[in-house]
Ligand binder design. Structure first.
Ligand code: FES
Length: 168
């Protein structure tokens, strides 16, 4: 038995029970959710354990982690800002927005601020194409969407997270 199965045996069993044995690979999303909830991100070890449980390859699991913006394969900031710079958003200035926002907080795209609070990354379409520049924020409260942004409004939002963090 592997670490995830040991720790979350009941939860995993309940998830697997929802799928017919021949479709148990469909449980990959909820299992990734458990792994990420446990460690803040999905490790290589988690991916191979999930692959073993679902009888698929670790590469298949890794490709799902890579595809969905919800999952992370490395430690991230507590607040993850995911800016869409897919083509329709790029045409509305998303690339420049992303670059200037990162410059403002002193990081490169894909990096985390020194205090570990904020990560900023580029992602594919978030279904808010006509409201770019836009991004989603993932934090401990879930996901929130921020549309028609300016660098100033985004920096203001980051400052409000910093303030909350200091007060907590
Ligand atoms: S292309 Fe950016 S939200 Fe659709």
């Amino acid at each position: 038995m592997n670490a995830l199965q040991e720790k979350y045996a009941k939860e995993i069993e309940a998830i697997l029970a929802k799928y017919p044995a021949e479709h148990k690979r469909s449980a990959v999303m909820p299992l990734l959710y458990i792994a990420q909830r446990a460690g803040g991100y999905v490790t290589k070890q988690d991916m191979s354990e999930i692959a073993e449980i679902l009888e698929i390859t670790p590469t298949e699991v890794a490709s799902i982690v890579g595809f969905y913006t919800l999952y992370h394969d490395k430690p991230e900031g507590k607040i993850r800002i995911q800016v869409c710079n897919d083509l329709p958003c790029a045409l509305r200035g998303a690339d420049k927005f992303l670059e200037q926002l990162c410059e403002n907080v002193g990081i490169q795209v894909g990096e985390t601020t020194e205090d570990g609070l904020v990560s900023i990354e580029a992602v594919m379409c978030l279904a808010g194409c006509d409201k770019a520049p836009m991004f989603q924020v993932q934090d401990e409260n879930g996901i929130s969407y921020h549309e028609n942004q300016t660098v100033e409004s985004a920096v203001e939002l980051i400052e409000s997270y910093r303030k909350q963090e200091k007060e907590s």
